[in-house]
Design a binder for this molecule. Sequence first.
Ligand SMILES: NC(=O)c1ccc[n+]([C@@H]2O[C@H](COP(=O)([O-])OP(=O)(O)OC[C@H]3O[C@@H](n4cnc5c(N)ncnc54)[C@H](O)[C@@H]3O)[C@@H](O)[C@H]2O)c1
Length: 261
Amino acid sequence: MVSPQRRVIVVGAGSGIGAATATHFHQRGDHVLAIDVRPNDTPAARHELCDLRDASAITALLGRIGPDWDALAYVAGLPGTAPAADVLKVNYLGMRLFTTGMLPLLRQGAAIVTVASVAALGWQQRLGDLEGLLDAADAESVERWQATQDPNYPVYSTSKQAAIIYAKRLAPAAWRKYGVRVNTVSPGPTETPILADFEDSMGKEVLDTVKATIGRHATVADIVPVIAFLGSPESRWINGQDIHVDGGFVAPLSVGAPVAL
Ligand SMILES: NC(=O)c1ccc[n+]([C@@H]2O[C@H](COP(=O)([O-])OP(=O)(O)OC[C@H]3O[C@@H](n4cnc5c(N)ncnc54)[C@H](O)[C@@H]3O)[C@@H](O)[C@H]2O)c1
């Protein structure tokens, strides 16, 4: 049976996981709107350019794309090698503005999937620290908050922690008011162009240790089906969850010694 065409938006579709996500939906026959700051030739029905650091660009884009979308995959992200304010704007604030702006444009039963990261590990312990960031709904407030923070704490982790917490806080209301689910996917290290920046900002030895522990880094083909599933009606009772897609690297960290076989 051929499944019906759906209308899907992929944000950050110009490269890596986002490009593979847009290609996946396009190839299964969906109508895909591919959004990125960079011009790109990712397969899609329509392309739009948008700089997610710019709230007015997001508002303008949402004003011209019309309603009746079935899924939003917010995949765009900047690594910790980018300026801190940009990292927070693209990975957290842009996601927040895009997601909440999209809610009235999504159909009942639609789904939002944001790509976070295993680098957000420990977000539960940072709820208090991040309250000021989670109160910040514009660029000035985000920058003011960042100016008060320890510059040694990795801003990439902060941005992804805030994205996960925000998505979890949004999920119940989005479901009740719009019938829309909100989940996040947290990949482990994945072979895309951003990986070199991660080696710079997190340390190559850290990423090599992860690789040695589980045997390899992920490829985009490991991540995309999870985004597709959470963005589809098949996952209709999953809401407000963060799903690790990391080959099992993270799971043993919080449960003591792994079982020896
Ligand atoms: N690759 C990994 O190891 C890994 C691991 C965990 C999480 N992630 C996350 O996965 C997501 C996708 O990353 P990727 O690995 O495909 O990297 P990538 O660099 O290949 O893709 C990121 C995309 O985001 C877009 N983008 C950046 N700034 C933007 C802006 N201001 N406006 C609009 N678009 C912008 C880029 O143009 C690019 O197309 C990111 O959120 C990243 O943080 C990646």
